[in-house]
Structures are given as structure tokens and as C-alpha cells.
Design a protein around this ligand. Sequence first.
Ligand code: GRF
Length: 221
Amino acid sequence: MIERDRVPELNTPAFISPDRSWEALAIGQTLRLGVLASGSGSNFEAIARAIDRGQLNAEIRVLIYNNPQAKAADRAAKWGIPSVLLDHREFKRREELDREIVATLKEYGAKWTIMAGWMRIVTPVLIDAFPDRILNIHPSLLPSFPGIRAIEQALNAGVKVAGCTVHRVSLEVDCGPILAQAVVPVLEDDTPETLHARIQIQEHEIFPRAIALAALQSQNP
Ligand code: GRF
């Protein structure tokens, strides 16, 4: 059995995004983010924390969540960030939900859409409203293991390294251009839960950086 605390490199991610991603602060323009989350919201909070620490020049205008039980809403309240529940079960078609999301994001003045554990398939209604300005985080080294249960897929395949990816969102699920990745070694005794916990530590590192990087690449952030 590997004792992970005694092998520091096992906990050291390999960043594939350039370090200059934090230079987004130098842009001087505050990014206006709208975050979509369905669950615990730890990535939402990691972004809020990076902003609070002055690492990311941005503000979260609104959190939209689709599940009344989402812990993300509690985190938003803690940070004093407005949150709006748009329960997908109240909409007959995906497009109707996306239309309401777009209206809410615009109402709160968001310019970027950040999918932080958003468990709904998006439609052209959302993508066309924020061209190249929708980012998603996925718990695998894309293009491997897109879709649901990415970590179980990785463990079943017997991969020796796993990780996470931030990418721009396109119509195909988990497929848009990659902005940042972090690599996480798979340990012999990993379960989906233990591996996910270590991947999440790296998600919280790369997501704010990837937002900064996307802004740097944009003509008009
Ligand atoms: C993350 O692992 C993310 O990669 C996936 O959903 C999870 C959301 O976690 N898309 P949290 O709600 O941010 O804690």
C-alpha cells in the first residue's frame, strides 16, 4: 500500500494551463460571472474565494441552481451572492429552461456563464447567448471519459492518472476546447469517493485560473 503523505509527488498536480493565467488581474476589467450549479457548490465557492483573495478580478453576479436541495445555494447566502432557483422540472423542454437561464443571467448583468457542477444538457439557446463565454469543469482528463460517472469510468478502465478539465462549452457534452487541466495520480486503494476528493482539490485550483485564462484570450472580457 502506498502511503500518500510520504510521497509528495502523488499529491502534486501537473498543470497544463500556463501560469500566466493569473495575469487576468492585470486586465483591470472586472469579469462579470453567472454561475450555474446543481449540487454541493464547492467549485462555486472556490471561485468566490479566489475573488475574495484578490487572485481573480471578477464578481459573481448570480448563482443559478436547478435543484432545491443544492448546497450551493447555502454557500451563495454565506458569501452574500444572490441565488435564483430554476427547477428544471418546471420546464417542459430544455430550451425553455435555457431561455429562463439566459434571461436571469442578463438580468443580473453576467457576461460569462460558469458551469460549476451543472448537471443539465445545454441547448443552442444558452450557447448562442454567450458565444465562447461558457466554461465547464469535468472530473476527467478530457477527451477521456466524458459524460456521467467519469470517475467510475476512469477507475474501471484502470487508468494510472486521472484529473480534471476546464473547457469552453459546445453543443456536444464535455467536448469544447480545453483551457486547463490538472493531473491526479490514481492510487491502488482508490474508490470513486477518495479519487473524487483529490480531484476536487485540483478543480478548485484550476477553475479560477481557467476563467482568468479565458478572459485573457478574449478581445472583450
Ligand atoms: C465536480 O466534480 C465537477 O467536475 C463536476 O461536478 C462536480 C461538482 O462539484 N462537473 P461541486 O458541486 O462544485 O462540489
